[in-house]
Design a protein around this ligand. Structure first.
Ligand code: HMG
Length: 439
């Protein structure tokens, strides 16, 4: 058998709503000590989607940036999978909206994957095998995670909301992260810790049960992976976690640290706080500003690490833990490319987060209400008082005769003009691509 080629992530990009609410504002409205949100959960700000944003428009923002910022030839993409748990339709996948928008080849396969926050990892793992098997004759795969985390107002889950998308290009000999080729460490269990019935647009969650399920899955997959791979604690320069809220990553790291301390049986070891600051904290700064983005939370941590620590992490190994309620989890690892310094400050996460505007509590509630109205039948015909921001890739304009109406924003035109991903004559023009999206 031929050795498996090196497979992993070649490029990464992220997109977020343009506005946020500070957790202090939310704490005041909910009559809660702000320390509970800032320190107890570890969240400072939470991304709030505008009424004209949904999982499709966020995914479009991340995918467009990935393709244009990295001059990806769209003819090289043979599979596009979207990992999401907040899809906009029970049958039509978000992936096919993106396919039309990006002008991908008709021979490119598209579909969505779902298993709560594990959906993005499921997609990554599938395409890694697809690329390795060369089923697409050497083509690359695009994976986009996109979600809007939404709980009831004034519920315990409310301070753990967020919204955003992360796009990743998976290819042979990747420059960013090469997955280690060890047997898989997966843990699946049918539990009711978090779910969202079709008739609700907010999640139902048994918060404390969900934390226990997360930690159990972490212990199972980490131990299994250590055994299967032969890797040791010291082999990982950084440990990255699914981040529903940053304190959860802290709890996860504590569990692994305690397991390791037991294993060392009193042998010298850095203190817990030192180890956490060195290994896990550097990947959490963006998650503290965005909140939970469900399927993309782990990959936002990866983008954060590369953007802030690019030069230091080049060539090092990281461990990644992905958890999706319900539940399915996986621990895996990979090596960051030797040129990681090229990613420092270039992914655009910091810039996007610094350019957001702050909402007050009333505006936050108003955005939620407007989004609910816009997601009703014939909202497109009834009109909305909200004007979409013009710096987005795509905006959702409401529903007409059960079809969602999307229109391109200024970002698409700007990126297409500055870095054409493929010669225009080789794919349909922007107007034609949008005709396909218009009912
Ligand atoms: P809660 O029950 O209101 O909060 O909701 P709490 O009483 O447990 O307090 C939270 C922390 O704040 C505690 O710290 C308090 O001590 C501390 P801990 O004991 O955990 O270390 N605290 C303070 N700290 C400083 N100053 C103060 C103060 N007061 C209290 N004044 C809960 C918390 C997480 C349960 C809630 O927000 C929730 O239900 N969130 C949603 C569920 C969730 O995120 N679960 C995580 C694991 S499951 C998962 O990750 C999957 C998921 O992403 C979905 C998917 O897969 O699709 C959710």
């Amino acid at each position: 058998m031929l050795p498996r080629p090196a497979i992993g992530i070649e490029a990464i990009a992220a997109a977020f709503p343009n506005q946020y609410i500070d957790l202090g504002t939310l704490a005041e409205a909910n009559n809660v000590d702000p320390g509970k949100y800032y320190v107890g959960l570890g969240v400072n700000r939470m991304a709030v989607p505008a009424p004209h944003e949904d999982s499709v428009t966020l995914a479009a923002g991340a995918a467009f940036q990935l393709i244009h910022n990295n001059n990806v030839d769209i003819n090289d993409i043979g599979t596009l999978i979207v990992g999401t748990e907040t899809s906009v339709d029970a049958a039509k996948p978000i992936a096919v909206y993106l396919h039309g928008l990006l002008g991908l080849s008709p021979s490119c396969r598209t579909f969505d994957t779902k298993h709560a926050c594990y959906g993005g990892t499921a997609a990554l793992k599938l395409v890694a095998d697809w690329v390795a098997a060369r089923s697409g004759s050497g083509k690359k795969a695009l994976v986009v995670t996109t979600d809007i985390a939404r709980y009831e107002v004034e519920s315990p889950g409310e301070p753990t909301q967020g919204a955003g998308a992360v796009a990743m290009l998976v290819a042979e000999n990747p420059s960013l992260l090469t997955f280690d080729d060890f047997p898989e460490a997966v843990y699946t269990q049918n539990v009711m810790d978090f779910w969202r019935p079709h008739y609700l647009n907010t999640a139902v969650v048994l918060g404390h049960t969900s934390i226990e399920c997360y930690l159990e899955a972490l212990e199972q997959t980490y131990s299994q992976y250590q055994e299967l791979s032969g890797l040791k604690w010291d082999d990982y320069r950084h440990l990255l976690f699914h981040v529903p809220f940053p304190k959860m990553a802290y709890k996860g790291f504590k569990l692994l640290y305690d397991l390791e301390a037991k294993h060392r049986n009193g042998n010298p070891f850095p203190s817990f706080e030192e180890a956490f600051a060195h290994s896990a904290e550097p990947a959490l700064w963006a998650n503290r500003q965005v909140g939970n983005i469900y399927s993309g939370s782990l990959y936002l941590a990866l983008a954060s690490l590369l953007e802030r620590r690019g030069p230091e992490v080049a060539g090092t190994r990281i461990g990644l833990f992905s958890y999706g309620s319900g539940s399915c989890a996986e621990f895996f690892s990979g090596r960051i490319g030797p040129d990681a310094s090229a990613w420092a400050g270039k992914i655009g996460v910091g810039e996007a987060l610094n350019n957001r505007r702050e909402l007050n509590y009333e505006q936050y509630l108003q955005f939620r209400e407007e989004a609910d109205l816009l997601n009703q039948e014939d909202s497109y015909l009834n009109g909305s008082g909200f004007k979409p921001a013009d710096d987005r890739a795509l905006s959702f304009h409401g529903i007409r005769h059960h079809e969602r109406v999307y229109k391109p924003g200024g970002l698409v035109k700007h990126l297409e003009a500055s870095h054409p991903a493929t010669k225009e004559e080789e794919r349909p023009g922007l107007d034609k691509r949008f005709d396909d999206l218009r009912p």
